[in-house]
Design a binder for this molecule. Structure first.
Ligand code: ATP
Length: 228
């Protein structure tokens, strides 16, 4: 069954139209990769789904039309966003960042600490003083603390050193294997995505132009749509 269904989505920033016609479907328990070159509309699609910008079309989450809901209600329905650029509360401690987001469910301080032992060791540290990789772990842990049904990861490994990227990918692999969480992921690392994602949607200039199993994103598709 579809957990997230987006159909014929369009959106604009003022006079400039960023999304023209986006459709995607994410089944419960699956990982969907949202692919596309820079500036094609991936982050805008995520913002529309999280109701951070106005959009037209269909956005259904767990069978409910969310197109007109305020963003906090979409979050409460079970959409956990890890935004591009992490956006942790810099003056608060790790523990405060996490408890501020907490909602009832299996993901609590102990569970996120087990997934990211580095965070468990740094509970009292001010978030602004964490390394980039640790802040990214905190952003993921904070989204998990909301006990979402859908986790959205927007460029979660962007700009990180290879070792830390590896740790983040390991955590995403564990999430897929052990938690049954549905995940929508934007990332440039096609190699890691091909391990993790079940399906993919490719966006070109604000329009979804290709969808299919991640395994079918072969060299021809990459060359045609992703320029790699
Ligand atoms: P990237 O991989 O570089 O993050 P993206 O696929 O996520 O790219 P978006 O950030 O969604 O792309 O941008 C889609 C289009 O919307 C681009 O043309 C971008 O310049 C434009 N855009 C994004 N944010 C704004 C904004 N706040 N105001 C005006 N235009 C914007």
């Amino acid at each position: 069954m579809s957990l997230l269904r987006v159909q014929n989505l369009s959106a604009r920033y003022g006079v400039s139209q960023a999304l023209f016609d986006i459709s995607l479907d994410l089944a419960e328990g699956q990982v969907l990769a949202l692919l596309g070159r820079n500036g094609m509309g991936k982050t805008t699609t995520i913002k529309a789904i999280c109701r951070m910008i106005m959009a037209k079309g269909v956005i259904e989450f767990a069978g409910q039309n969310v197109l007109r809901l305020p963003s906090y209600k979409v979050a409460r329905l079970g959409v956990g966003l890890v935004p591009e650029g992490r956006r942790c509360f810099a003056p608060l401690t790790v523990a405060e960042n996490l408890t501020a987001a907490a909602r009832p469910g299996p993901w609590d301080m102990a569970a996120v600490g087990a997934l990211f032992p580095r965070l468990a060791e740094r509970q009292g540290q001010i978030a602004g003083s964490l390394s980039g990789g640790e802040q990214q772990m905190l952003a993921i842990a904070r989204a998990l603390m909301t006990n979402p049904r859908l986790l959205i990861l927007d460029e979660a490994t962007e700009g990180l050193a290879p070792l830390v990227r590896g740790e983040i990918w390991d955590a995403i692999r564990i999430l897929k294997r052990d938690s049954g969480l549905s995940i929508l992921v934007v990332d440039k690392s096609l190699r890691e995505l091909s391990d993790i994602a079940d399906n993919a949607v490719i966006i070109q200039r604000g329009t979804s132009v290709w969808h299919g199993p991640m395994g079918a994103v072969d060299s021809g598709v990459r060359e045609q749509y992703l320029g790699v």
